[in-house]
Write a protein that binds this ligand. Structure first.
Ligand code: FAD
Ligand code: DLZ
Ligand code: SF4
Length: 507
């Protein structure tokens, strides 16, 4: 007999490791272990979601006829690591070896590769592109732009294709998807599930063991099995998808979810299949229940961005998370851990992150990500923060989004220019600025929005790298045309702000 490892983000019945082994002979190993629960200080809701979903998946495997050797976090024999549990179970069952599906993190791939027992790694087929397919596309290209990869994936899946042409004549309808925050949101947000006995037991365990981690465990409502996740998907398809495109980039202080699907955590853990999700979304278009801009925009996020970032993570190798091409060295300031701040946009985004283990894409990119990039915060600290605080965060997807897309620390593999903006973008897309102690229209002075000061400071200190970038020339021309005194004031006020930030002051 062999052991079959199933990790906390591999909760799919069609996982290759389960498909290629034999339930009448082999034993599934699942383990809640201290190593996985603390390689970063995960949000307590993320840990609770993982453990609850693992326990329910183990039960469903048992009902399906599998023998499952499941280790709970507080089992006295728990060795504390995945490899430790595999060795312990190998002895217990006198196993001939272990079969596993490739994990989504180099750290675990390396640890499993070093196991002193016979082991066999299988590809993770829950993605649309294999590593080889991504590499075939990437090899020899000067720039790896997502848009071209996305078109390949549309052709491969047939999603929104009209023979070999894109539905509606265009590949991308993004220009229709940038509407500012609406006055009213017609969708009530994700479906919320009352904790059952399994979830409650996990919540008690997590409160006792991880109650000091950043993040609230109150009001836990995530789906924790495939059936619940499917109900959330159906709920969003009806109420959220039709306007998903229009308000994809909008932000509201009192509405945390707008028209977002809030299914990333379920897809990444294996509770929902990404291709099936896209097919359901395409059906909504075909039946006239959702417009093309929403449907194409959503499908692009999954078969485009999600597949593309995974390809980059595995292509770039284990040192990717340590890249720091802009040499940013500042420590992550306390505001990211809920420290006091006068910046309303940061306060709102961090508060919702603390409460929900969730923020949507533009909050992650243009508020917390933008601020870290402008303030020159060490990207490895930024990376660890994002990996810790979001329920959907696993390194294969988080690192390219943070190190690459958001912090430009990979030197431009993912982003052709840094995602930076002054306060004006946040003002246009949100209702934050109206309630802020800073004034978004002020470029200098005591009340000037910090994003305004830091924006020019960033451009000025990285002039050598970016002034020749065709897409940034305009920004430098505006800066160069500015009155010299004004430029000096902006830079010195930005320096003051950064000094206060580094000193741990509430800014
Ligand atoms: P929706 O806005 O409804 O989007 C639909 C789906 O598209 C998501 O569920 C997700 O599966 C996929 N998707 C959208 N954008 C991306 C993307 N850039 N990369 C990969 N998948 C995408 N996503 C994660 O899954 N895990 C992360 O750790 C993560 N970290 C991020 C860090 C930063 C700095 C940024 C800018 C983005 C990050 N994203 C991450 C991408 C995106 O923000 C989340 O997938 C999304 O917010 C999840 O919420 P949702 O399910 O409501 O998504
Ligand atoms: C995120 C997570 C946590 C918090 N705990 C566990 C765990 O105890 N056992 C487990 O098998 N997986 C856990 N996970 C998910 C893993 O960290 C994930 O499989 C790797 O990061 C690879 O993506
Ligand atoms: Fe954020 Fe500046 Fe607007 Fe305040 S004024 S909410 S700091 S963008």
């Amino acid at each position: 007999m062999r052991l079959v490892l199933v990790l906390g983000d591999q909760l799919s019945p069609d996982l290759t490791a389960l498909q290629k082994t034999d339930k009448s002979n082999d034993v599934v190993v699942m383990a809640e272990v201290a190593d996985e629960a603390s390689y970063v200080p995960h949000h307590p809701k993320k840990i609770a979601f993982t453990f609850a979903a693992m326990r329910k998946f183990a039960e469903s495997l048992r009902s399906d006829g599998w023998t499952v050797a499941y280790t709970k976090l507080d089992d006295p024999d728990n060795s504390g690591s995945i490899t430790g549990e595999l060795l312990r179970r190998a002895e217990e069952y006198d196993a001939a070896g272990v079969v596993y599906t490739e994990p989504g993190e180099w750290r675990l791939i390396e640890a499993l590769g070093d196991l002193p027992i016979k082991s066999h790694s299988l590809p993770d087929n829950r993605f649309i592109a294999s590593h080889d397919e991504f590499d075939d596309w990437a090899d020899g290209r000067k720039a790896l732009r997502m848009e071209y990869f996305y078109r390949e994936m549309r052709r491969k899946t047939g999603l929104l294709m009209d023979d070999d042409q894109p539905e509606g004549g265009k590949w991308n309808y993004d220009h229709e998807n940038r509407k500012p925050a609406p006055d009213e949101v017609s969708f009530g947000g994700p479906m919320q599930f009352t904790p059952d006995e399994t979830v409650q037991e996990v919540l008690d365990l997590v409160a006792a063991r991880f109650g000091d981690n950043f993040g609230s465990l109150e009001d836990f409502w995530f789906a924790t099995d495939a059936g619940q996740a499917k109900r959330q998907l159906a709920h969003w398809l009806k109420g959220g998808l039709p306007k998903f495109g229009d308000f994809q980039d909008a932000m509201l202080g009192d509405n945390r979810f707008l028209y977002h699907a809030v299914i990333g955590l379920y897809i990444n853990a294996g509770l929902l299949d990404p291709l099936e999700v896209c097919q359901r979304v395409e059906e909504a278009y075909k039946s006239g229940d959702a417009p093309l801009n929403a449907v194409e925009g959503f499908i692009r996020q999954i078969v485009g961005w999600r597949e593309y970032v995974r390809g980059i993570y595995f292509r770039e190798g284990p040192d990717y998370t340590r890249r720091n091409q802009l040499n940013a060295q500042r420590k992550l300031p306390p505001v990211y851990w809920g420290g006091e701040t006068k910046m309303r946009c940061m306060e709102r985004t961090v508060a919702q992150t603390r409460d929900e283990a969730y923020a949507h894409h533009i909050q992650r990119l243009m508020v917390t990500g933008n601020f870290a990039l402008l303030a020159g915060i060490d990207p490895s600290e930024v990376h660890e923060w994002y990996l810790a605080v979001y329920a959907d965060a696993y390194e294969w997807v988080e690192a390219p989004n943070v190190i690459g897309m958001s912090q430009f620390a990979d030197g431009g593999i993912i982003a052709s220019k840094p995602y930076i903006s002054s306060g004006n973008y946040i003002k246009k897309m949100s209702d934050y600025c109206g309630d802020c102690a800073y004034r978004v229209q002020d470029k200098t002075g005591e009340d000037a929005c910090p994003f305004n000061l830091l924006y020019w400071h960033f451009l000025d200190r990285h002039r050598e790298r970016f002034s020749e970038n065709g897409r940034m020339g305009n920004m430098y021309r505006v800066w160069d045309r500015m009155d010299e005194e004004k430029r000096k004031t902006i830079l010195s006020e930005a320096d003051d702000f950064l000094d206060r930030l580094s000193a741990g002051e509430a800014v």
